[in-house]
Design a binder for this molecule. Structure first.
Ligand code: AMP
Ligand code: GLY
Length: 423
């Protein structure tokens, strides 16, 4: 069996690693991959957004399954194009991917479906948006409609900040076309969690709960990032809450999409705020989370491919996803300066030593191979991951492995999962 994985981050390294352990022993290709996937699979010199290049490769090489990691190729219609070639793809169509690609579309679906979410209004005109924020007051959240590389959302403590964010998006075009429409959204308070689900459009199987750490520095200080670490399970998502989320968030959303004639298959990821009034949906993503995937996949017992194929075939059922009892923790090691300007090309040492720590695995994110050396090549460099009988044991092992790794300017949080340990 031939499997093609699209993407080159920590999420994709984790996917490649898990897929290779499948009992069908697939041959795995990764476009473009990183130094970590290069050790396990065949990297292809095709960027994850080079939709034409991917389709051309797939037409010739006929993968039995393609798993798409990032949102950009999904939103660009990669699934649709590969399916036209008669190929099987795990990942939503272009239209279904609008759940992530257009925050206006996602909000409209949520409102129509009765999914608990923040109140919001949509604007294309800056003056009208500014009048509106003066009516509702701060704090308030300004969101560019489209994909903006994680930078399109500004949580504004003051009206001045909100005015600035409106001007940037609507007048100065800071996010290009992605920011020509904005949502002005009610500010929600609480702890944030991610719930990911597999779906074939009708059936939903929630994946194990996971929590990300979005801020760059300890104690949730500093700027928002792609994610500085994660842990699973997330104790805040109690066994009583999961069925509520399954019904009120995923069930309602999928039946609304179905009513609109949109068939969603793949991963649907809900970013939730646990407010005093219950969980409210902040956003949807049309893909696996990064770094959530790095802590969910190591916990899955046995094969993953049957579950992914069932999403394509419409035969998804909960027995296809079983978990080990262990907890899992991923500490992201980033480049100094991330998420602002950072340097690349730093030699990474100690990877072999880190991998020897019990139950640890180092997922690469922004890395590349050069002359046999592993060099940093992105903002998030590694996802140092470990399983443990308890979250505490997983945390200790992950940090033990982090301690073996060094490169110039390495930056990581020292408090991954501590919030969960004190509960
Ligand atoms: P999003 O891409 O919509 O998830 O937004 C990125 C981040 O902004 C989220 O992870 C939250 O930390 C924050 N955020 C988004 N919407 C809200 C909201 N309505 N209230 C408070 N924080 C928010
Ligand atoms: N960890 C956040 C995301 O994948 O969007």
């Amino acid at each position: 069996m031939k499997v093609l994985v699209i993407g080159g981050g920590g999420r994709e390294h984790a996917l490649v690693w898990k897929l290779l352990n499948d009992s069908r022993k697939p041959e795995v290709y990764c476009a473009p991959g990183n130094a970590g996937t290069a050790e396990l699979a065949t990297n292809l010199d095709i960027g994850s957004e080079d939709v034409r290049g991917i389709v051309a490769w797939a037409r010739e090489n006929r993968p039995d399954l393609t798993v798409v990691g990032p949102e950009a190729p999904l939103c660009a219609g990669l699934t649709d194009l590969l399916e036209k070639e008669g190929l099987r793809v795990f990942g939503p169509s272009r239209e279904a991917s609008r759940m992530e690609g257009s925050k206006v579309f996602a909000k409209d679906v949520m409102m129509a479906a009765g999914v608990p979410t923040a109140q919001s209004s949509t604007f294309t005109d800056a003056a009208k948006a500014i009048d509106f924020i003066h009516d509702i007051g701060a704090p308030v959240v300004i969101k560019a409609e489209g994909l903006a590389a994680g930078k399109g959302v500004t949580v504004c403590a003051t009206l001045q900040e909100a005015e600035r964010a409106i001007q940037e998006s609507l007048v100065e075009g800071a996010f290009g076309d992605a920011g020509r429409r904005i949502l002005v959204e009610e500010f929600l308070e609480g702890e944030e969690v991610s719930v990911l689900a597999l779906t074939d459009g009708v059936h939903v199987v929630l994946l194990a709960s996971a929590q990300d750490h979005k801020r760059a520095f300890d104690n949730d200080q500093g700027p928002n990032t792609g994610g500085m670490g994660a842990y699973s399970p997330a104790p805040i998502l109690t066994p009583e809450l999961m069925p509520v989320i399954e019904r009120e968030v995923f069930g309602r959303t999928l039946s609304e999409l179905k009513n609109r004639g949109i068939h969603y298959k793949g991963v649907l990821y809900a970013g939730l705020m646990m407010t005093k009034a219950g969980p409210k949906t902040l956003e949807f993503n049309c893909r696996f989370g990064d770094p959530e995937t790095q802590v969910i996949l190591p916990r899955i017992e046995g094969d993953l491919i049957p579950a992914l194929e069932a999403c394509i075939d419409g035969t998804l059922s909960p027995e296809l996803v079983r978990y080990k009892p262990e907890a899992c923790v991923c500490v992201v090691m980033a480049a100094g300066g991330y998420p602002g300007a950072y340097q690349k090309g730093k030699e990474i040492r100690g990877l072999k030593m880190a991998a020897k720590v019990k139950q640890a695995v180092v997922f690469h994110a922004g890395t590349r191979l050069q002359d046999g050396k592993v060099l940093s090549a992105g903002g998030r460099v590694l996802g140092v991951t470990a399983l443990g009988q308890t979250l505490k044991e997983a945390v200790d092992r992950a940090y033990q492995a982090v301690g073996k790794i060094s490169y110039d300017g390495a930056m990581f949080r020292r408090d991954i999962a501590t919030k969960a340990l004190v509960k």
